[in-house]
Structure formats: structure tokens, C-alpha cells
Design a protein around this ligand. Structure first.
Ligand code: 3HC
Length: 699
């Protein structure tokens, strides 16, 4: 039964049981409404609402959005709760989120276990709290705090929530017993009904101008996103309008959000993130190996970032470098990074010290005998990697997982340099590894299912979003990136300036433009990698000649104060450099390219279509399990705007027929083989199928 009602002395207890997170599906809403009605008629003095399982209600049922609304709606239910003639008390454990917390706000009192947290994360789904949250929260905690809570979507722990005024009591001990005691206490003192709708918003100096400033700040912080701005309008309405009118306004804004493309995209990413770690074809009976201690080879920026990711999750790490100096430098960088987190208030001094203490350094492979997992993060050279892996094969215990963080190299070949290829896997982190959430888990030919299962579970444990990838040059993300980066170079040589290209892509919502990314990473990295390739492997010279010329002029990117842009030495502000424009023109002449004006639309299309076409190839080859996995890779590893859902979702929204037509046009105009439309895309369009249809057929 989803909802049950029980009378315990003079208290009615409504208990919700809808695993895994007690989402407010239609059956739950109806069940609570029926229970409230029963309680109204019963001989009781108060009602306690609580949940079974791991958490209080974690929100509306997201899978119901976009489908016809079924009554009772959540606002209807919340109104019924708030209007009840008996005191209603929400007893919270786990996380009371979104509609779940809004239901609690409609109760007359809220109590929570100390370990619980509450929040309104709707904004992360392109929504706003649509069941009274925008109207009730300002009444409880004031305008500014309400705006911050709802536009960030951040959670507040029980103690913080009590201090803010969001909950009334932090409970000790067993949830039900403590909540019943609290209810008895309220009855005994005749506390009566405290309806949030009747509370006036605390007097504030937050006027029209402050709202405007807040909107401007959000325009920067949440560039391009509609929901945060709508939240501000709803809070403004809470100040200006009577409660009922404010509620109606909130509802109309919520409905607009639910129907928006942005919310559809963010909901897609929500489910895709949760789907990604699930690997088709691996039996449920396969259990992960225990991982209690991790070794990392290479104390460079990447190795250090990976070490921090594990330490942040409480997992001890041994960091090994070939030299004492390299190790010292690596440990000093980790120390500096933790220092920055403390100075920014993200960690307390004590937390940083605790985490850093979990990382020990060594130059001796023998210290890795006991680790359960070792991740190699050394220089991208097959020879070096083979040496490292054969050494690991000698020292690591049987059953230890041997992982490589390679970005491009063949994991099958690396596995082949050991006597235990079944234990070898790719764990591709993204820089800065302690921050970026993407983790590509690369399955080689012989990798055991148990190793993949362990990698997925571990990825989640350290707060990453793990995605399965097959072996190919660049796996999912970097293989697609090559196509995208090529278009940036070609657009430049054909006529666009770096600032136009970057501007087009950041306006679309990318975290950074491709040329700014190049300057940040350092242009010498690609240059060095190209030096190791044959002319044929390097591809069309027009796709790298500008980058090479800049490196040869010493313009290595931000670190040199100059790359595609020049950088102010003090402020690091970038500006267009006429020298670069000369280099571009010179290279165009050299390669016989007639420069012309490129429209913003053309630039955007070429970059996105290059990603999408390669995405379809990757899908058809089985390098990615599903379109959503590719989207998760791009959102969490490459700064693709989550509110556009990732490249494959974007392609579906735009219409596969339209996408194919645009790619065919580019193919016709250039004759370049990379613009040949991916066979899967052609097949789907020819049979009028969507990516979802194709997945269903393949699943
Ligand atoms: N609706 C439907 N399904 C949900 C859900 C929801 N609100 N929240 C979680 N789930 C599902 C997940 O998809 C997942 O399904 P799966 O097992 O089939 O993959 C399962 O529940 C477990 O979720 P997690 O893997 O995320 O479990 P965690 O323990 O890691 O996290 C959580 C739990 C913190 C509750 C997290 O799931 C979460 O943040 N959920 C979303 C919370 C949220 O955004 N609520 C607001 C919804 S919008 C709303 O309420 C509108 C209202 O204002 C009208």
C-alpha cells in the first residue's frame, strides 16, 4: 500500500511507502488526501506525516511531467493539508526535496532528524517550486534567503534549516517515536494551527531595485536559463499579491516551465545520469570487488586531482611518482588546492587536513602491494604505459584492478602487457579531476564484468557520473571533440575570428568556446601530440596549421600570456590580437583558402553537427551504450549546456530529418568524407524512427 493511516492514541499517523524515494506519484497524492480526510473525521488531535524507507518524499514524480495531469494535483493536496482543522506535523528523515518539502511546508509544523536535509532543487530540472514553495518560503525565511535557496537548488541540513526557520524542531533518536513525542508536546501546550499562508513576509529592504540586481546576477550565473528568472518573478509576486493570487501565478509559471524545452532537456539529463552506470548484459548477481585502498601512478596535475577525488570520499590513496621531485611538486599542488578550498569556505581547515592525511606519497612500487585498485596517470606514451603496467603486474596483489587514465591509447594493448588482462580497465578522468564529474569507464576486450561493476560503483562512490565506453581512438568524448575542434580551425581559416567562434558557442551555452579552451589547456599539448603523428594521421593541414604557427611563435596559450588571444598579465582578461589575425590570413593564403564572412548560424551548425554525426557513428559501433550516455559525457566532461540536454538530445529535438538534411548539405558543399552522414542517422530517417525507437529495438 502506497499510503497507510493509523490511529495511535489521539494522533493519526499517515505513512508513505513508495520506494525508492517516496516520489509523489498520483497514487501517493490520492492516498495522502484520503488519509487526511479520514483523519479529519477521526477522534484525534494531531496528524503526523512520515515516510518508510530511506527518505522523506524526494519530490514530485519526475517521470509524470509532460504527461496529462491527474488529480489531485500537488497544490490541491497541499491546500487540503494546510486547511486541515487538526495540526499536521511533517516528520522528515533523509531528504525532503522539491514537492516533498513543499508538502512539508503546507503542514503546520516540521520536525526532522539531525541527519536529514531539505531543499527545493526544481531549478536543476528547469522548473520552479510549483506547489506553493515560492509563496511559502519567503513567508518563513524572508525574500533574500528564499531566492538563494530556490535559485541555487542547494540543500540545507536539519540544523541549518532550523536556524533559517524552515523547520521547527531537530529530533533525536527514532524518527517515529520522537515525532510522536513532539506532536504530544504541541497538543499539550495547545499550539494550534500555524498556517504558513497566514504569515506575513518579514519586512525587508529588498525592493524593486534589489530584485533587478538579483536578476542581473542570475543572468551571469545561470546564463541562458529561464527557470531561475521565473523564480524571482514568483517571489516578487509573493510580496505583491495576496497568497491565493501568488499561488495561481506560481502555478502558471510552473506549467510554462514543465512544457519548456529546457526542462525537458534537464529531465532527460537527470534520468540519463542515473541510467549511465547501468551496464547492459551484466547479470545482477555480479558484485563489485571491495575497494579500500587506491594507488595512483603519476603525481602530475591529473594524478593529484584523481588522488583528491578519492580522499574527498574518505578512501586512502598512495600516490607514486617516478621521482622525489615530481612527488614533492605533486603533493605541494594538492596542499595548495586544499588551501584554496579552505580559503573559499568550501571546506573547513579540519576537513582539509583530514582529507590530505589520506594521501601518502611514495616512489617505491612495493608500497602498492596491498592496493585494491591502481590508476595510472602518466605521460601519454604507449611505451611508458606498457612499462608501468608490467611493473604493476609484478607487484600488485591478485584481484587488484589495474586502470589506465589514458585519453586516447589502446586499452587492449595496455591490458596485453600484463598477465591479467581481465583486471585491466580504462578510468578516464577529466581535468581538473577533483572537480569534473565525468568518468569514462573503458571496457577492453578482456575486462571482466566484475571489474566494470566495481568501476561503476566506485565512480558513484566518489561522486562521479560513470559512463561506459568501448575502445577506440579518443573513446566517446575525445573522439567527438576532434570533429568539433576541427570545425573551429576550419571556420577560422575560412574567415571567422576566434572571438566570433567562441562567442557563438558560449551564446549557445557552452561553458567556454573551443579556442578559449585551447588557450587554457595550452596549445603546445596538441602540437606535441601532432609531432608524433604521420602526415596522414594528422589529417587536413588546414585543420591545424594556425595552431602550429601560433605555437611556433611562442604563443602557447594563457600560460604564455598569448595564444588565440592575448591576455592581460594582471587581470588575465583576454582580447583579440591583430598578430593572430595576421597569422590566420597568412595561413589561409598559404593553403589557398579564399576567406569569406561566416554567419553565426553556420559556425554553430558546423560545430554541433560535427559532434552529432560522430555521436551517431559511436552509437552504431557500440562504443556508447545509449544516446543518453553521450549526452552525459558532453554535459559533464565538455561544458555542453545541460539545459540543451547534450548533443544527441539536441539532435532529437531539432528533428533527425533536419539534422540529416543539414549534414548532407555540408557533405555536398565540401565533399569531405567526415561529412558523409552517419549510416545510423540515415537509417533512422529513412524508416522514420527516433533514437528512442532504435534503443527500444536494440534493448
Ligand atoms: N521522481 C521520479 N523518480 C525519482 C525521483 C523523482 N523525484 N527522484 C529519484 N528518482 C529515482 C531515480 O531516477 C532512481 O531511479 P533508478 O533506480 O531507476 O535509476 C531512483 O529514484 C534512485 O535515485 P538516485 O539514484 O538519485 O538515488 P540517491 O540516493 O543517489 O539520491 C535523491 C536520492 C537525493 C532523492 C535524488 O534521487 C534526487 O535528487 N532526486 C530528485 C529530487 C528532485 O529534484 N526533486 C524535485 C522534483 S520536481 C518537483 O518536486 C516539482 C514540484 O515543485 C511541484
Amino acid at each position: 500500500m502506497l499510503v497507510s493511516y493509523q490511529k495511535v492514541d489521539d494522533i493519526g499517523v499517515i505513512s508513505i511507502d513508495n520506494p525508492p524515494v517516496n516520489a509523489l506519484s498520483q497514487g501517493v497524492r490520492q492516498g495522502i488526501l484520503d488519509a487526511i480526510k479520514s483523519a479529519e473525521d477521526d477522534d484525534i488531535k494531531a496528524i503526523v506525516i512520515l515516510c518508510e524507507g530511506r527518505t522523506f518524499i524526494a519530490g514530485a514524480d519526475i517521470s509524470e511531467f509532460g504527461k496529462p495531469v491527474q488529480e489531485p494535483t500537488l497544490p490541491q493536496l497541499n491546500t487540503a493539508i494546510e486547511s486541515s482543522g487538526k495540526s499536521v506535523i511533517a516528520a522528515i528523515h533523509g531528504t525532503a526535496l522539491g514537492g516533498g518539502f513543499e508538502l512539508a511546508l503546507s503542514c503546520h509544523y516540521r520536525c526532522a532528524q539531525a541527519s536529514a536535509s531539505v531543499g527545493l532543487p526544481e531549478v536543476t530540472l528547469g522548473l520552479l517550486p510549483g506547489a506553493g514553495g515560492t509563496q511559502r518560503v519567503p513567508r518563513l525565511i524572508g525574500v533574500k534567503a528564499a531566492l538563494d535557496l530556490m535559485t541555487t537548488g542547494n540543500k540545507a541540513g536539519a540544523n541549518e534549516a532550523r536556524d533559517l526557520g524552515l523547520i521547527d524542531r531537530v529530533l533525536k533518536g527514532d524518527l517515529k517515536e520522537a515525532a510522536m513525542d513532539y506532536a504530544r508536546e504541541l497538543i499539550a501546550k495547545g499550539a494550534g494551527l500555524r498556517r504558513v499562508r497566514d504569515i506575513s513576509i518579514p519586512a525587508t529592504s529588498f525592493g524593486k531595485e534589489a530584485f533587478e540586481d538579483y536578476r542581473q546576477q542570475l543572468n551571469k550565473r545561470k546564463r541562458g536559463q529561464e527557470a531561475p528568472q521565473k523564480i524571482v518573478s514568483c517571489v516578487e509576486a509573493a510580496m505583491d499579491k495576496p497568497f491565493e493570487e501568488g499561488l495561481a501565478y506560481e502555478r502558471s509559471c510552473f506549467v510554462e516551465c514543465v512544457q519548456s524545452e529546457q526542462s525537458a532537456a534537464l529531465r532527460h539529463i537527470f534520468f540519463a545520469e542515473r541510467q549511465a552506470p547501468k551496464v547492459a548484459g551484466i547479470a545482477k548477481s555480479v558484485v563489485p570487488r571491495p575497494v579500500q585502498r587506491v594507488g595512483i601512478i603519476g603525481a602530475g596535475t591529473m594524478g593529484g586531482g584523481i588522488a583528491m577525488s578519492f580522499a574527498n570520499a574518505g578512501i586512502p590513496v598512495t600516490l607514486l611518482d617516478a621521482s622525489e621531485e615530481g612527488l614533492e611538486r605533486g603533493l605541494a599542488l594538492i596542499d595548495k588546492n586544499y588551501g584554496i578550498s579552505v580559503s573559499k569556505g568550501k571546506l573547513s581547515e579540519e576537513q582539509a587536513t583530514e582529507r590530505e592525511a589520506l594521501i601518502s606519497g611514495t616512489v617505491d612500487y612495493e608500497e602498492l602491494v596491498d592496493v585494491d585498485l591502481v590508476i595510472e596517470a602518466v605521460f601519454e606514451s604507449m611505451d611508458v604505459k606498457r612499462q608501468v603496467f608490467s611493473r604493476l603486474d609484478e607487484v600488485c596483489k591478485q584481484g587488484a584492478i589495474l586502470a589506465t587514465n589514458t585519453s586516447y591509447l589502446d586499452v587492449n594493448e595496455i591490458a596485453g602487457s600484463t598477465s591479467r588482462p581481465q583486471d585491466v580497465v580504462g578510468l578516464h578522468f577529466f581535468s581538473p579531476a577533483n572537480v569534473m564529474r565525468l568518468l569514462e569507464v573503458v571496457k577492453a576486450e578482456s575486462t571482466a564484468d566484475e571489474v566494470i561493476t566495481t568501476a561503476m560503483a566506485l565512480g558513484k562512490r566518489i561522486g562521479k557520473v560513470p559512463v561506459l565506453a568501448g575502445v577506440c581512438y579518443g573513446f566517446i568524448g575525445n573522439r567527438m571533440l576532434r570533429q568539433y575542434a576541427r570545425e573551429a580551425q576550419l571556420c577560422m581559416i575560412e574567415g571567422a575570428e576566434p572571438a566570433q567562434i567562441d562567442g557563438v558557442l558560449t551564446n549557445f551555452g557552452m561553458a567556454m568556446g573551443p579556442l578559449s579552451v585551447g588557450d587554457l589547456a595550452g596549445l603546445d599539448i596538441g602540437y606535441k601530440a601532432r609531432q608524433a603523428l604521420t602526415d596522414e594521421q594528422k589529417g587536413d593541414p588546414r585543420s591545424y596549421c594556425i595552431a602550429d604557427a601560433l605555437v611556433e611563435l611562442g604563443r602557447l596559450g594563457q600560460k604564455a600570456g598569448a595564444g588565440y588571444y592575448k591576455y592581460d598579465p594582471d587581470t588575465r582578461a583576454r582580447s583579440t590580437d591583430p598578430v593572430v589575425l595576421d597569422v590566420i590570413r597568412e595561413q589561409a593564403r598559404k593553403h589557398g583558402v579564399q576567406r569569406r564572412e561566416l554567419s553565426d548560424e553556420e559556425i554553430l551548425d558546423r560545430h554541433l553537427l560535427a559532434l552529432i554525426n560522430e555521436g551517431f557513428r559511436i552509437l552504431e559501433e557500440g562504443i556508447a551504450q545509449r544516446p543518453g550516455d553521450i549526452d552525459v559525457v558532453y554535459v559533464h566532461g565538455y561544458g555542453f549546456p545541460s539545459y540543451r540536454g547534450g548533443p544527441m538530445f539536441y539532435a532529437s529535438q531539432r528533428g533527425l530529418g533536419n539534422v540529416l538534411g543539414s549534414i548532407e548539405k555540408l557533405y555536398g558543399a565540401t565533399g569531405e568524407p567526415y561529412w558523409a552522414p552517419a549510416p545510423l542517422l540515415k537509417k533512422l530517417v529513412a524508416s522514420d524512427l527516433t533514437l528512442d525507437d532504435w534503443m527500444a529495438g536494440n534493448g
